[in-house]
Design a protein around this ligand. Structure first.
Ligand SMILES: CC(=O)N[C@@H](CC(=O)O)C(=O)O
Ligand SMILES: [Zn+2]
Length: 315
C-alpha cells in the first residue's frame, strides 16, 4: 500500500483471488444453498480479472444441518488453533480451520486470498448486514459504499466488529479483506426466498466492485456509516444460570433502532419489565439470535459512527 502525495489516493493490489464461503454454520441455509448452486454453475459469480472460488467450509455441519459438529468454526481461526500440530484427535472444526488456512491463507501472509465473503443467516430481524473487522481497510470501506449505493433504495447496514474483547477469529479472517454477510430473519434450517435473493444481490454488487477496481477504476474518498460493536448483553438469569426473562416485546425485531436509557429491554415470565440502564443511546442488533443462547448473549449494542474511506485505485 502506498499513498500518492498529490491526490491522497491509496494504491492497493488487485483483488484477483476471491472466495465465497457458505456453510461456516451448517444450518444457515441461504449461504449453503447459494454456494452449492455456484459450485455447480459458476457463471453468475465470474467476473473479468477475478478468480472466484465458492467453497463449503463446514461440510459435516451442513450434512447434519447443525451450526457445528464439535465447536464453532467461526471462532476457530485463532493463532493457537492454527499453529497446533495437526492430528486426528483434534476437534473436527479445528482440523477444518487448519485445512482452510492452508487453502486460503495462511492468515496474515502475502499468499492469503485477497477477499473472502462469508455467508451467514441470522434469526434476528437484521435485514442485510455486511460485517467488517477493521475500520482501516479502505478497500472494504469503498466496497461498502459501492454496495450501499448500488442497492438503494433497499438498504444494507455495516456492522463493524473490532472490539478488542468481543472480536472473534472468523473463517473469513484468513483473507486480506474479510467480509461477512449476515442476512435475516431466517430460521435455522429454513430457506426463505426473500433472504436468499437479498444475499444474492449483495454478492453480485460486491463482485462488480472488485471487477471495476481490478479494471483500474478510481474510487474517490467517501464516508461510510457503520455500527460499531460496543457491548454484549446477556439474558437475566437466576443463580443456577437459567434464563428468567425474554427480550421485551417492544425491543423484539427492532434491530438497529435506537435503545435509550430507561427503555424496556427484557420481560420476566411474571410480566415485569427490565429497563436498559446504559448511559447513552445504543443501536441493538442480533436481537434474540437463536445461536447466541449458548453464548450467553441476548443482543449486542452498537454505536453509530461515520468513517472516512480514502480514495483508492489499483497499484
Ligand atoms: C448468527 C451468526 O452465526 N452470526 C455470525 C456473525 C459473524 O459472522 O461475524 C457468528 O456469530 O459467527
Ligand atoms: Zn452464522
Amino acid at each position: 500500500m502506498s499513498s500518492s502525495p498529490y491526490s491522497g489516493t491509496v494504491h492497493l493490489d488487485e483483488a484477483r483471488r476471491v472466495a465465497i464461503f457458505g456453510g461456516t454454520h451448517g444450518n444457515e441455509m441461504s449461504g449453503v444453498t447459494l454456494v452449492n448452486l455456484w459450485m455447480n454453475n459458476c457463471a453468475e459469480i465470474q467476473r473479468k480479472g477475478v478468480d472466484t472460488k465458492p467453497f463449503i467450509t463446514n461440510p459435516k455441519a451442513v450434512e447434519k444441518c447443525s451450526r457445528y459438529v464439535d465447536t464453532d468454526l467461526n471462532r476457530a481461526f485463532t493463532p493457537e488453533n492454527l499453529s497446533t500440530p495437526a492430528g486426528g484427535d483434534l476437534p473436527y472444526e479445528i482440523q477444518r480451520a487448519q485445512e482452510i488456512n492452508r487453502m486460503f491463507g495462511p492468515k496474515g501472509s502475502p499468499e492469503a486470498y485477497d477477499v473472502i465473503f462469508d455467508l451467514h443467516n441470522t434469526t434476528s430481524n437484521m435485514g442485510c448486514t455486511l460485517i467488517l473487522e477493521s475500520s482501516k481497510d479502505h478497500f472494504n470501506l469503498q466496497m461498502m459504499n459501492y454496495i450501499k449505493k448500488a442497492i438503494a433504495p433497499a438498504s444494507c447496514l455495516v456492522l463493524l466488529n473490532e472490539h478488542p474483547l468481543l472480536k472473534y477469529s472468523t473463517s473469513r479472517s484468513v483473507a486480506k479483506h474479510p467480509v461477512g454477510l449476515e442476512v435475516g430473519p431466517q430460521p435455522q434450517g429454513v430457506l426463505r426466498s426473500n433472504i436468499f435473493e437479498a444475499m444474492r444481490v449483495i454478492l453480485k454488487h460486491a463482485l462488480d466492485f472488485i471487477e471495476l477496481f481490478n479494471a483500474g477504476m478510481h474510487f474517490p474518498t467517501c464516508t461510510v456509516e457503520v455500527f460499531r460493536v460496543a457491548d454484549r448483553i446477556d439474558y437475566p438469569r437466576d443463580a443456577n444460570g437459567n434464563i428468567i426473562a425474554m427480550v421485551h416485546p417492544t425491543l423484539q425485531d427492532c434491530d438497529w433502532e435506537p435503545l435509550n436509557p430507561g427503555d424496556p429491554m427484557f420481560q420476566t415470565f411474571d410480566g415485569k419489565t427490565i429497563h436498559y440502564q446504559g448511559s447513552c443511546t445504543v443501536y441493538p442488533t442480533f436481537i434474540n439470535e437463536a445461536a447466541y443462547y449458548e453464548k450467553q448473549q441476548a443482543f449486542v449494542t452498537t454505536r453509530r459512527e461515520t468513517l472516512v474511506a480514502s480514495s483508492i485505485r489499483k497499484a
